[in-house]
Write a protein that binds this ligand. Structure first.
Ligand SMILES: Cc1cc2nc3c(=O)[nH]c(=O)nc-3n(C[C@H](O)[C@H](O)[C@H](O)COP(=O)(O)O)c2cc1C
Length: 199
């Protein structure tokens, strides 16, 4: 399925190719490839180089761990994410280690780390589908996530599968056109809401 970004201006091929599929192939991701995705996350920038991220990873070859993570996703996400060979939860530390003061950019930095994972994954021929639909309290209880850390999002990772294996409803979602706001709606200059002449 070709869901490449129809960009208004030329962007890098890896960014054009990335999208969030529902159909995943029944094919494992080699451990060294998975390690490279996590290494890409490791080299993301972060405020004060705090690296306020942690990743809980479950692969299908460890069925108990996989089921445990799958059940931290909301039911709607479980319906398709169960097919992915790798599931992940991202977790953020709300406080700076050195003084326990709130780190306002913790979620931002976790997002940057996941951005790196997405780019590396695309370069490896993989797809990442991130999920806000997770059970945050269940993840805390099941994994013993400490109070100053919080689960941010889930991610299903794998090779693209056959959309025909999806329900009709999910097939329709899978085929839907990808849309984006135009630059003019969110690039401002001078004052809030005034479109920049750049765009
Ligand atoms: C933080 C975040 C949370 C998301 N949560 C969900 C989710 O719970 N379920 C889902 O099916 N897709 C989820 N998505 C996928 C988005 O819907 C998707 O990225 C968006 O529609 C743009 O599509 P694209 O990634 O194919 O470009 C999420 C994406 C992100 C980045």
């Amino acid at each position: 399925m070709d869901k490449h970004a129809r960009a208004d201006h030329p962007i890098h091929e890896l960014l054009k190719k990335r999208w969030s599929p529902l159909a995943f192939a029944d094919r494992p991701v080699p451990v060294d490839v998975l390690r490279r995705l996590l290494e890409a996350a490791r080299w993301a920038p972060s405020s004060y180089n705090e690296q306020p991220w942690a990743f809980i990873v479950a692969t299908k070859d460890k069925p108990d761990e996989f089921q445990k993570l799958l059940h931290c996703l909301v039911p709607g996400n479980q319906t398709w994410a169960h097919a992915a060979p790798v599931l992940m939860l991202t977790v953020a530390n709300h406080n700076f280690k050195k003084n326990q003061k709130p780190n306002r950019h913790a979620f931002h930095d976790v997002g940057l780390a996941m951005g790196n994972v997405c780019v590396q994954a695309t370069a490896e021929g993989l797809f990442v589908h991130q999920m806000a639909g997770i059970e945050v309290d269940k993840a805390r209880a099941d994994y013993g996530i400490p109070p100053d850390w919080e689960a941010v999002a889930g991610a299903a990772i794998g090779y693209y599968g056959d959309p025909k294996n999806l329900s009709e409803q999910l097939q329709a979602r899978e085929k839907a056109e990808r849309t984006r706001k135009p630059l003019g709606e969110f690039v401002f200059a001078g004052k809030w809401g005034a479109t920049s002449s750049l765009v």
